[in-house]
Design a protein around this ligand. Structure first.
Ligand code: GLN
Length: 481
């Protein structure tokens, strides 16, 4: 089999072939490495590629497989890790100057779980600096391009992970999602991704952006892969006090149960002003398809939609301003070369180490947390978050799944977004609520627009209802035109 043919497989298919000795682990890795060599000069999905390390891991995993010590549905599959997840001995930058030379001494729990399941790490993927952004243009190490059209962004902040999957530079990747960073670039790159219920995947080793919103999740070629990866990545971890002891993480079971009798709601507010017409049509066509398969689909009014973005940006920035206080040039990371005294060292290290978008958010966050404004902004945002959660809880009493667009538009052209940050923030309208309410949500490709750019369909579920959305997404995927 040629390396090109190997690249066409999904992660689960590749693991199956490896298990039956039709493909070796090394061949799988070489298939990805060949494509990395070809595509990277233009796409730039990766910040760091571990060519030798990957081949070494492949040899070790093959040995384990041969000795019968490894039996997982993903054993031997090469993958990529977003560069905000710590990897022992492998540089982890968050795409920021301030962490340019940071080599962690431990590995994020989610990555470790996948390694135990036989994952081969190819490298670390590019992202918006500290996961703040929607385009992967705020990376300190250069932009990533959309594999579907190189003049367009891949989305963000997990743009590198999504572009790497779309360009076949890996079989799957891990991303993180604070307000849509798995789903939005997933939609823009025509790949599938899921953000699980808050607490499902341990955040230990994930460099924090907004701790109460951050979740790690898989980015892959299809729904089956996402379910398998999430099953392997999820765990109860005492090192993360917000991680949950769930007994229902067998996400691959029930995938094929279909949508007959399932109640699906579409928020009318998600189809109104601001939504690109072609995406609206694609969502309605998907709803028709699911109806044909026996689901009951109806529109309903989801309240508070317009408050999600302001609440999200106040809370995310507040938490970011506190989380990023640790980067001061003392223990690790960048330190300014010339300074007089401690305070100037802090100031210059941070001024030189952080990019403009990160600084904007630290300032905004510090402002909303300051004594005179705390009640007016931060507390109000927390109250709004509680109301949004309530609105979703009520909706999920009635519906199994909420269906809608993942993004209001397809991928913008490179260079068009950062000049108007407020407009860019509004692009998160359909994704941030799942994070505010802690709910699972996923994106599945639902066709191309006139320009040939991918569009994404979003499935949201109630707390712990990953299986329901995977099941609905799978049903849609099987009959996608
Ligand atoms: N675009 C959103 C932001 O900039 C989401 C980012 C994320 O999920 N990490 O905050």
């Amino acid at each position: 089999m040629s390396l090109k043919e190997i690249r066409q497989f999904t992660a689960v298919q590749l693991a199956e072939k490896i298990k039956h000795r039709e493909i070796s682990v090394t061949e799988g890795v070489q298939a990805s490495l060949e494509q990395i060599r070809d595509a990277e000069p233009e796409i730039h999905s990766y910040v760091t590629v571990e060519e030798e390390g990957a081949l070494q891991q492949a040899a070790e995993i093959q040995k384990k497989l041969d000795r019968g010590e490894l039996d997982s549905i993903l054993a031997g599959v090469p993958m990529a890790v977003k560069d905000n997840l710590c990897t022992e001995g492998l540089r982890t930058t968050c795409s920021s100057r301030i962490l340019e030379n940071f080599v962690p001494t431990y590995t994020a729990e989610a990555v470790l779980n996948l390694q135990k399941a036989g994952a081969v790490i190819l490298g670390k993927t590019n992202m918006d600096e500290f996961a703040m952004g929607s385009t992967t243009e705020t990376s300190a190490f250069g932009i990533t391009r959309n594999p579907w059209n190189r003049d367009h962004v891949p989305g963000g902040s997990s743009g590198g992970s999504c572009a790497a999957v779309a360009a076949q530079e890996c079989f799957y990747a891990l991303g993180s999602d604070t307000g849509g960073s798995i789903r939005q670039p997933g939609a823009f790159c025509g790949v599938t991704g899921i953000k699980p219920t808050y607490g499902t995947v341990s955040r230990y080793g994930l460099i924090a952006y907004g701790s109460s919103l951050d979740q790690i999740g898989p980015i892959a070629k299809d729904v089956t892969d996402c379910a398998a990866i999430l099953e392997m990545a999820a765990s109860w971890d005492k090192k993360d006090s917000t991680s949950l002891n769930r007994k229902d993480t067998d996400f691959t079971s029930g995938l094929k149960n279909g949508v007959k009798g399932m109640k699906i709601g579409i928020p009318g507010d998600y189809l109104g002003e601001g939504l690109n017409g072609e995406i609206r049509e694609a969502v309605l066509a998907a709803a028709k398809e699911l109806e044909k398969q026996g689901a009951l689909v109806e529109e309903f009014d989801l309240s508070l939609v317009e408050y999600a973005i302001p609440a999200y940006y106040v809370i995310a920035c507040a938490e970011a301003s506190s989380n990023l206080a640790r980067f001061d040039g003392v223990k690790y990371g960048y330190r300014s070369r010339e300074y007089e005294g401690l305070h100037q060292m802090y100031r210059k290290s941070r001024s030189e180490g952080f990019g403009a978008e990160v600084k904007r958010r630290i300032m905004l966050g510090s402002f909303v947390l300051s004594s005179g404004y705390y009640d007016a902004y931060y507390l109000k945002a927390l109250r709004t978050k509680a109301l949004i959660k309530q609105a979703f809880d009520q909706a999920f009493e009635k519906y199994d799944v909420i269906l809608g667009p993942t993004t209001p538009s397809t991928a913008p052209e490179i260079g068009k977004s950062l000049c108007d940050p407020l407009k860019m923030y509004l692009g998160d309208i359909y994704t941030v609520s799942a994070n505010l309410a802690g709910l699972p949500a996923m994106t599945v490709p639902c066709g191309l627009d006139k320009k040939g750019l991918p569009m994404g369909l979003q499935f949201m579920g109630g707390c712990f209802q990953e299986k329901k959305i995977l099941q609905a997404a799978y049903a849609f995927e099987q009959n996608r035109r």
